[in-house]
Design a protein around this ligand. Structure first.
Ligand SMILES: [Fe+2]
Length: 258
């Protein structure tokens, strides 16, 4: 994976999302997902199953300034699939989680851009408008029989929290399915490690620390533990790379560029 390819993926997904928005606005029918779009989703899931934790950075650095929804959705799917694989879930589950994660914020297409892209903190009423996105996403997807019910439920419930403080239905504890909890953690982690209009991006380690503090009241502790293992492996491979580079410096007989 290169940043150029990551940019291309985001660009293509962005076009498909725009198509959904246009068709939905024009026809108000359920025929908003073309055959090409469905094929794209399947291909994207295969690609993300083969992606590594390092590819997350490529999708973050890729140019998607005009609309950050496609980039966030792809990264959330990459992370959620990674967590599902690490948990040893079956192939069907991994695909359902990946599809749900890729489409989890589709309801945001129907939220006014003025609120979504506001370059400062939102008022409570503006937050209410944004909070509607998971219900809108559910309404758009619930009649789509090419999608599994589990994936559609992920879209509906990815903002529900274990203590019942989430939305849209204030589900609590076991009412929130494991797949929905996985996407919930992946979504929060990607949001914290991405730059927003009103704040800087946190490092993986800092974001993890913050998330850990919230566990187990809000998010699933086992899923957070698995995410921690993935970050640790990533940092470890980074350190190994640095060590290798340091060794190369030692055996280098010509001046190294600092
Ligand atoms: Fe969301």
């Amino acid at each position: 994976m290169t940043e150029k390819k990551a940019s291309r993926d985001i660009y293509v997904f962005s076009n498909y999302l725009n198509e959904v928005y246009r068709l939905h606005r024009l026809s108000d029918s359920q025929e908003v997902f073309s055959v090409k779009f469905r094929t794209y989703v399947k291909r994207m899931i295969v690609k993300l199953k083969g992606a590594s934790f390092e590819d997350l950075e490529k999708y973050r650095n890729a140019n998607c300034a005009s609309n950050c929804l496609p980039g966030h959705s792809i990264r959330t799917a990459l992370l959620a699939i990674g967590i599902a694989k690490e948990l040893g879930l079956k192939e069907t589950a991994i695909v359902e989680i990946g599809v749900g994660a890729l489409l989890h914020d589709i309801g945001k297409l129907f939220i006014p851009r003025g609120i979504l892209d506001k370059p400062c903190k939102l008022s409570e009423s503006e937050f209410d408008v944004i909070r509607a996105h998971s219900e809108i996403g559910f309404q758009v997807l619930k009649e789509q029989n090419w999608l599994s019910g589990r994936s559609v439920d992920i879209v509906h419930n990815h903002h529900e929290r274990l203590d019942g403080s989430g939305y849209p239905n204030q589900l609590a504890g076991d009412q929130i399915h494991r797949y929905e909890r996985i996407v919930g953690v992946a979504d929060v982690f990607d949001a914290m490690t991405s730059k927003r209009n009103y704040r800087k991006a946190l490092s993986y380690e800092m974001a993890f620390e913050e998330i850990e503090k919230e566990s187990p009241q809000l998010l699933d502790a086992q899923i957070i533990f698995v995410l921690g293992k993935m970050i640790e492996k990533h940092s470890h491979s980074q350190r190994k790379l640095e060590e290798r580079l340091e060794m190369r410096r030692d055996i280098c007989h010509y001046p190294c560029v600092e």
